[in-house]
Design a protein around this ligand. Structure first.
Ligand code: B12
Ligand code: SF4
Length: 501
């Protein structure tokens, strides 16, 4: 059978977003599910790296039997457009969607062009549904599925519990994205491979759905499994995408042993909490000696009350200590900070001043956003000022702001310049610690600056964010080039829209 797996474009061309500027990672969800059906012919189409007409062309020329796609909350409309297009071009193809948003909000994908919604982890579910499609077409009894029968009746199967040991899952089939090799990046770090080596998180921050998505369980790929995957990457740089890599000390030390024994020399980056770094400086040193050059951490806030309110279970002091350790070890710190919609001008000032006491190379200033599936969402859903998923990108407040929205965006957008001292010191420190790596990266650094120049100018201008809101308010047609996108219509009830009228 022919299976086409499609990574949707994240948003309209020209919108601000991580994928345009900072971080374009491999479509690991798709290489993972592809690996579970090795007996079939599978193609992966990464629409973030393809011309727009490539989907229709591939559908028309290759004639897949199954078309699958994936979706975070912000990609929901684009992902639906992929399947809508697939049904228009190939009505007989089975359309399948999976990922965080369909898992947490399956009802949103209850439309006639989506045949099957896969909830939770997809490897085994996909394997079973593909086998079933080939033989009977009756999907009843496959755990983790929501599906529609030929009469249009929707069936919801039992939840699939996420218990399989990660070493027992097939290794993601990165061979299917060979055509894009070299094009994935994190800032100037390119060519970059992406791997995923644990699932779940033992913390329960209230703005994050990871612990709910993975049913409060954490599972780890063994140190040997990680080293195997790293070794198999041709790329010199690897991003270990785990939500919280710095947890299991035994595994981390075993990984260092593996990397040393096998003489695996990669520069690698991952995500981890500041409190762990602060509490484990010696293990951090060992990791740095084994190629760890970057860490993305949620610093979140400069005030203890906010950290408590978010149930972060860390402190400001730990953030500062972690930052010192990373600077000393030459680990480039990317920090996520959270602005709250109810902030005053003074609170923005305090945050920016706090960031400038640190050495954070990429401070990502985000806006506290109740993402569907989180505890925060359940608590705040009645206060949302919009339901348009394009605005849930952590760059637009979806809750009421205390400052007038225009003033809020002025304060938010000035972060581009306000935190430059932190960036400059961090870059100078990294250059001192890793002169060879920086020298090698010079052409990429120039490319990165060229890429960021335009986006920084957009970010610096507060009207960009207001324009995004207005663009959405005028309804379909404002930004898009794809007819298939089923954006919420201008007539649908949306508090932000009604407020603007
Ligand atoms: C890498 C990454 C990114 C990359 C690209 C993501 C991508 N689409 O590949 C970048 C950096 C661009 C990114 C951006 C954002 N991200 Co992000 N990102 C991740 C991260 C760390 C890893 C994604 C990944 O590769 N996972 C590995 C695969 C194997 O897991 P998976 O995607 O869940 O796939 C499995 C199942 O869901 C299912 N499945 C998924 N798709 C499909 C499709 C089919 C057909 C089938 C059968 C099954 C299936 O099977 C897979 C295998 O088991 C996740 C965290 C996470 N745990 O996933 C966050 C995560 C997806 N991101 C998140 C968020 C919030 C964002 C941002 C909005 C905000 C931000 N600042 O990070 C922006 C989006 C706006 C934008 N575009 O700029 C949230 C999403 C929550 C939600 N409700 O959607 C997550 C879950 C992190 C979190 N802590 O909550 N992100
Ligand atoms: S924000 Fe980070 S530490 Fe908190 S639950 Fe999510 S992944 Fe875990």
């Amino acid at each position: 059978m022919r299976i086409l797996l499609v990574m949707p474009t994240p948003f309209e061309t020209g919108r601000l977003g991580l994928e345009n500027v900072v971080w374009l990672s491999e479509p690991v969800a798709l290489t993972s599910v592809a690996a579970s059906v090795p007996e079939h012919e599978v193609r992966i189409l990464d629409l973030r790296l393809e011309p727009e007409d490539m989907l229709v062309k591939t559908l028309g020329e290759w004639l897949p039997d199954i078309v699958g796609t994936t979706s975070m909350t912000t990609d929901a409309y684009q992902a639906k457009a992929v399947l809508r297009t697939a049904k228009q071009v190939l009505p007989s193809a089975l359309t399948v969607i999976g990922g965080h948003h369909p898992t947490l909000c399956p009802d949103e994908f209850d439309c006639d062009y989506v045949d099957i919604i896969v909830q939770g982890e997809g490897e085994l579910t996909f394997q079973e549904l593909v086998a079933c499609h080939q033989h009977s077409g009756d999907y009843s009894g496959i755990d983790g599925l929501c599906w529609r029968d030929p009469a249009g009746v929707r069936h919801i199967e039992r939840k699939r519990h996420q218990t399989v040991a990660l070493d027992d899952l097939p290794t993601p089939n990165r061979g299917l994205i060979k055509q894009y090799q070299g094009r994935y990046f994190f800032t100037a770090v390119q060519p970059m491979a992406s791997i995923f080596t644990s699932r779940g998180c033992s913390f329960d921050c209230n703005f994050c759905a990871i612990w709910e998505f993975y049913e409060r369980r954490v599972r780890y790929l063994s140190a040997k499994g990680i080293a195997d995957q790293m070794q198999a990457c041709d790329e010199p740089y690897v991003f270990v995408l785990d939500d919280n890599f710095l947890v299991n000390k035994k595994r981390i030390l075993a990984l260092c042993d593996e990397l040393e024994t096998r003489n695996i020399k990669k520069y690698w980056m991952t995500q981890g909490r500041c409190d762990w770094v602060a509490d484990n400086p010696e293990i951090m040193r060992r990791l740095a000696d084994n190629g760890l050059v970057g860490l993305l951490s949620g610093y979140e806030s400069n005030d203890e009350d906010s950290l408590k309110a978010l149930r972060k279970k860390s402190t400001w002091d730990k953030n500062i200590r972690a930052n010192e350790i990373m600077a000393e070890l030459g680990i480039f710190s990317t920090g996520i900070f959270m602005v709250r919609p109810d902030w005053t001008v003074e609170q923005f000032d305090e945050l920016y001043a706090y960031i400038n006491t640190l050495m954070v190379g990429i401070p990502l200033i985000t806006i506290l956003t109740p993402l569907p599936g989180t505890e925060l969402y359940r608590a705040k859903k009645d206060q949302l000022v919009t339901h348009d998923h394009r605005l849930f990108d952590l760059l637009h407040p979806v809750l009421p702001t205390r400052l007038p929205r225009e003033e809020f965006y002025r304060q938010f957008s000035r972060s581009v310049d306000a935190v430059k001292p932190s960036i400059r010191r961090s870059l100078a420190n990294f250059r001192r610690k890793h002169p060879k790596m920086v020298l090698k990266l010079i052409p990429n650094i120039l490319r990165f600056y060229a890429r960021t120049f335009r986006y920084q100018a957009m970010h610096r201008d507060y009207r960009t964010f207001l324009r995004d809101e207005e663009g959405l308010l005028v309804g379909p047609g404002a930004h898009l080039s794809w007819d298939a996108i089923d954006y919420p219509s201008a007539d649908e009830p949306d508090p932000l829209r009604s407020a603007a009228k």
